[in-house]
Design a protein around this ligand. Structure first.
Ligand SMILES: C[S@@+](CC[C@H](N)C(=O)[O-])C[C@H]1O[C@@H](n2cnc3c(N)ncnc32)[C@H](O)[C@@H]1O
Length: 220
């Protein structure tokens, strides 16, 4: 199990019906079933080859009827409500599209690969309550958002952009993420031939990241 997968699994809680959307290898569902954390699990994937991998890994559970493979887009082919939905390794916009077509699940664990801000804004707009929203590191940096479909929440613009827990209870991983982002911006600013507007935009972004770094550095 990779560090990323272990980190995601640590957020998975007991459920009656679990769904692993974009399951690919199926490792997270194996964790749920092996640890008896759910009554049954749906594994869905839009690509037959990916779903096949999970079906092989979970062959015994599929045969026993505890794991139900569905070849579909998002949750479209899942015909019962799932009280815990995991969507990991997809883009934030894709996750928004998937969730837009279903009632928000009682609990969700989301690990977007990009556009986390768009996903946060969507969840808050839709009335979700965010329980945990932080960046972790496993070679690369990943955002991990855990929440409930109901309860409502209030996010500032900065929290939408950077993740609430990263700002309220910062971690060393988030600080390293900021340093990496600042390094990338400095390297780009050092290049010649950039449009003035782009340069100004990058300077403003670098300044924003420096302000955040200064604000959280003392807390670590
Ligand atoms: C990068 S893999 C992530 C696998 C696993 N969830 C993880 O986090 O390690 C993305 C998987 O999502 C599937 N996928 C992409 N878009 C999807 C969608 N709209 N509905 C279902 N599966 C999708 C892909 O086929 C692929 O197997």
């Amino acid at each position: 199990m990779t560090g990323r997968i272990a980190e995601i699994c640590s957020c998975l809680t007991p459920a009656r019906v679990f769904a692993d959307v974009g399951c690919d290898h199926g490792y997270m569902t194996r964790y749920m079933l092996k640890n008896n954390l759910c009554g049954r699990a749906y594994i869905t994937d839009i690509h037959a080859g990916s779903l096949e991998k999970a079906k092989i890994l979970l062959k015994d559970e599929v045969e026993a009827g505890r794991c139900i493979p569905v070849l579909c887009d998002g949750l479209d082919g899942v015909k019962e409500p799932c009280d815990l939905v995991l969507i990991a390794g997809l883009g934030g916009e894709e996750i928004v599209k998937i969730l837009s077509r279903v009632p928000l699940p009682a609990r969700f664990v989301l690990q977007p690969m990009k556009n986390s801000g768009k996903l946060r804004a969507y969840l808050v707009e839709r009335g979700a309550k965010i329980l945990s929203d932080r960046t972790f590191e496993d070679g690369k940096f990943y955002d991990l958002i855990v929440g409930e479909g109901q309860g409502g929440d209030d996010y500032s613009d900065f929290e939408i952009k950077y993740g609430r827990d990263n700002l309220r209870t910062p971690s060393a991983a988030f600080l390293r993420f900021l340093e990496k982002e600042k390094g990338k911006l400095r390297a780009r600013l050092a290049r010649r031939g950039m449009r003035r507007e782009s340069r100004d935009e990058m300077r403003a972004k670098l300044y924003e990241l420096e302000v955040i770094t200064d604000a959280i550095e003392g807390t670590l």
